[in-house]
Design a protein around this ligand. Sequence first.
Ligand code: GAR
Length: 216
Amino acid sequence: MKKVKLGVLVSGRGSNLQTIIDNIENGNLAAEVAVVISDQADAYALERARKYDIAAVQLSAKGYRAKREEYDALLVGELRKYGVELVCLAGFMRIITPVLIKAYPNRVMNIHPALLPAFPGLHVQKAALEHGVKFSGCTVHFVDEGMDTGPIIIQAVVPVLDADTEDSLSGRILTQEHKIYSRAIQLYAEGRLKVEGRRVMIRDGKTSADEFLINP
Ligand code: GAR
């Protein structure tokens, strides 16, 4: 199978990036990380990339606060330079603009640590605890022009326990993030994701609901 060239955008520790790399290395993911790009110079994710001889690009956002489109045009330039086909946001803490989305329509994925459309935005595990929900989880979705609003590809559900802290809940969700992000990318690689309006259908196989029920 042809390997999908990924561009992974990060801002921090990069545990989702690491799992993608691990799944590629152990043959579970028909992809290649062509480039890792960070808006933060000290992102540990860049070091992770370098360890595997993956191109690690730091693209500082300084000076682009009011010029998000210009920043995204630079991003698109880098992604094209490395022949990227699918862009994966993995803890990339910037709002992206139509410049990136139009360059990669239905080819930008994001992982979010909540069951969208509940709890979009930041600090969502804390928000879920404070709200008192009994279940939370994570979502892989295609990125559209809204904030965490694009078509949902896969979700995983985790219970919220009485004893949970923000850390313990985040950890339980992260374990599932690591599973579903690679799975979504693999489904893309197999050409099995079909976007119909807001719905993403998975061709020839189980639905995401069959595969990802509630994970303790
Ligand atoms: C992950 O929990 C991811 O879902 C979240 O940031 C973390 C990055 O961790 N993303 C967002 O909150 C995006 N709004 P990682 O750097 O270890 O992959």
